[in-house]
Ligand binder design. Structure first.
Ligand code: UD1
Ligand code: CA
Length: 449
C-alpha cells in the first residue's frame, strides 16, 4: 500500500469571517473546524499528520488536539506557499500527500478514501476532489478539456465571464504524488488577482508536463463546504447538526424535532432515550439509556445515568446517577454529583455538592459546597449559607436527615444522621445524630397591625 501524509492548511486569518478569532478555530457543533479536519485526517492513518499554522499559530496549536506535527507559515502567501512549508518535514517521505483545508470541517473519511483509492489505482500525479453546486460563487471553477479531463483550475477572481458560469467547483482537497508535488511547487507564480501562490495552479503545470491529472467528482456537495463567512458557518452548522441527529436516530434515540435539537459532535446517547425540542447537549456529555431530556434543557460536559429525567434544566460539568429526576428549572453547576435515585426539583441550584442515593431536594433551594448522605429530605427553600463574604465553607448533611422548609444552614456546619431541623431554623452549630433543632416561632398578636 502507498504511504500517506496529510497536510491540513490552517494558517490563514480568515478576513471574511470578520472576527478576532482565527477562522479555523471557529466552532461547528462544539468543535473547531480545524479539529474536525485533523481528526478526519488521523482516521486515514497517515504516517505524517501535518498542520500548517500561521495567523495566531500559538493559539491554534494550543487548541488543537491529537497526534499532529505543526509547521509554521510565517507569511500567508497562498495555499501553494503553505504546502511548501511542509517540504522539510516530508523530505524522506515518499507516497501520497493529501492536502486538506482547515475550513472544510464536514468532509468524511469515506469520501477521502474514495479519492485516495482513485488517485492510487490510476497512479496519478494529482487527483482533485470536485463537486457540482447550484451556486459556485466563492469557489474556483474546474475547466475541463474536450475529452472531459481536468485542464485547469481557475480561482474565482481570475475567471472569465464564461468560466464563471461553470458549476463544477474545486473543493480544495487534492491528493498528490509526493515527489511531483514538491518538485513542481517551486514553479508556482503569484501573477494572479490575489497575488498569491495558488496550490491549484499545479493542475495546469502538471498537465503541461504531460503528468496524469485526475479528478473525483463527488455528489456529496454538502460535505465539501469551505467556510469563509459566518453565513457559511451557519450552513455548516446546520448540515452537521442534521448529520449528528441522524446518527443518534439510527442508533435508537428518539429526537422529537431534530431541526430544533442541538447535539455536539462528541455527545453519546444510550438507546431508547427521548430528546425533546430546544435541548442543547454539549461538549463531552454522555447520556445513559431510556433517558428523557425535557424541552429546553442544556447539558454540558456531564454524565447522566440510565432512566434519568431532566426537565427544562441546565446541567454543567456534573453527574446524575441512574433513575434521577432533575427539574423543571434546576441548575446543576460544576461539581454536582447526584447518586442513584436522587431528586433535584424545581428552582433548585446545586454547586460542588455530592447528594447521596435516595435523597431529595424537591423545591427552591441552594445547595453549595455540601455533602448530603442517603435518603435525606431537604425542605423547600433550604439555603446552605456557604460564603461569609471572604471564604467558602462546607455543609455536611448525614443520612436520613430531615431539613424543615426554609432552614438556613450556616457553614461550616454538620447535621448528624437522622437529625431534624424545624421550619425556618437558622442552624449555626453542628447538630448531633437524631437530635432536633427548631427556630423561634412567630408570636401571635391580636388584631391587624
Ligand atoms: C480555496 C481554493 C479554491 C477552492 C476553495 C474551496 C486556492 C488558491 N483556492 O479558496 O480553489 O475552490 O478553497 O473551499 O487554493 N491557507 C493557509 N495559508 C495561506 C492561505 C490559505 O494556510 O497562505 C489556508 C486557510 O487557513 C484555509 C485554506 O488554506 O484553511 C484555504 O484558504 P482560503 O483563503 O479559505 O481559500 P479559498 O479562497 O476558499
Ligand atoms: Ca476557504
Amino acid at each position: 500500500m502507498t504511504q500517506l501524509a496529510t497536510i491540513t492548511l490552517a494558517a490563514g486569518k480568515g478576513t471574511r469571517m470578520k472576527s478576532k478569532l482565527t477562522k479555523v478555530l471557529h466552532q461547528v457543533a462544539g468543535k473547531s473546524m480545524v479539529q474536525y479536519v485533523v481528526d478526519t485526517a488521523f482516521d486515514l492513518e497517515p504516517v505524517y499528520n501535518i498542520a500548517v499554522v500561521g495567523y495566531k499559530s500559538e493559539l491554534v496549536k494550543e487548541e488543537t488536539e491529537g497526534e499532529i506535527e505543526f509547521v509554521l507559515q510565517e507569511e500567508q502567501l497562498g495555499t501553494g506557499h503553505a504546502v511548501m512549508q511542509a517540504k522539510d518535514k516530508l523530505k524522506s517521505f515518499s507516497g501520497t500527500v493529501l492536502v486538506l483545508y482547515g475550513d472544510t470541517p464536514l468532509l468524511t473519511v469515506e469520501t477521502l478514501e474514495e479519492l485516495l483509492a482513485k488517485h492510487e489505482s490510476r497512479e496519478s500525479a494529482i487527483t482533485v476532489l470536485t463537486t457540482k453546486v447550484d451556486d459556485p460563487t466563492g469557489y474556483a471553477r474546474i475547466v475541463r478539456d474536450n475529452k472531459g479531463n481536468v485542464a485547469r483550475i481557475v480561482e474565482e477572481d481570475d475567471t472569465s465571464p464564461k468560466e464563471a458560469k461553470i458549476n463544477e467547483i474545486n473543493t480544495g482537497i487534492c491528493a498528490f504524488d509526493s515527489k511531483l508535488l514538491f518538485e513542481n511547487l517551486s514553479e508556482l507564480e503569484a501573477d494572479n488577482a490575489q497575488g498569491e501562490y495558488y496550490l491549484t495552479d499545479l493542475v495546469g503545470i502538471l498537465n503541461q508536463k504531460g503528468e496524469k491529472v485526475s479528478a473525483l467528482l463527488t455528489a456529496n456537495n454538502k460535505e465539501t463546504i469551505g467556510v469563509n463567512t459566518r453565513r457559511h458557518l451557519a450552513q455548516a452548522e446546520k448540515t452537521l447538526r442534521e448529520r449528528i441527529c441522524n446518527y443518534h436516530l439510527d442508533r435508537g434515540v428518539t429526537i422529537i424535532d431534530p431541526a430544533n435539537t442541538y447535539i455536539d459532535a462528541e455527545v453519546e446517547i444510550g438507546q431508547d432515550s427521548i430528546i425533546y425540542p430546544f435541548t442543547f447537549l454539549e461538549g463531552e456529555t454522555k447520556l445513559g439509556s431510556e433517558v428523557v431530556i425535557g424541552q429546553q434543557s442544556k447539558i454540558v460536559d456531564s454524565k447522566i445515568g440510565d432512566r434519568v429525567e431532566v426537565k427544562s434544566s441546565t446541567i454543567i460539568e456534573s453527574k446524575v446517577g441512574d433513575d434521577g429526576l432533575v427539574g423543571p428549572y434546576a441548575y446543576l453547576r460544576p461539581g454536582s454529583e447526584l447518586a442513584e435515585n436522587v431528586k433535584v426539583g424545581d428552582f433548585v441550584e446545586v454547586k460542588k455538592a455530592q447528594i447521596g442515593s435516595g435523597s431529595k431536594v424537591p423545591h427552591l433551594s441552594y445547595i453549595g459546597d455540601t455533602t448530603i448522605g442517603e435518603n435525606a429530605n431537604i425542605g423547600a427553600g433550604t439555603i446552605t449559607a456557604n460564603y461569609d463574604g471572604k471564604n467558602k465553607y462546607q455543609t455536611v448533611i448525614k443520612d436520613n436527615v430531615f431539613i424543615g422548609s426554609n432552614s438556613t444552614l450556616i457553614a461550616p456546619v454538620e447535621i448528624g444522621q437522622g437529625a431534624v431541623t424545624g421550619a425556618g431554623a437558622v442552624v449555626k452549630d453542628d447538630v448531633k445524630d437524631n437530635d432536633t433543632v427548631v427556630g423561634v416561632p412567630a408570636k401571635q398578636i391580636k388584631g391587624r397591625l
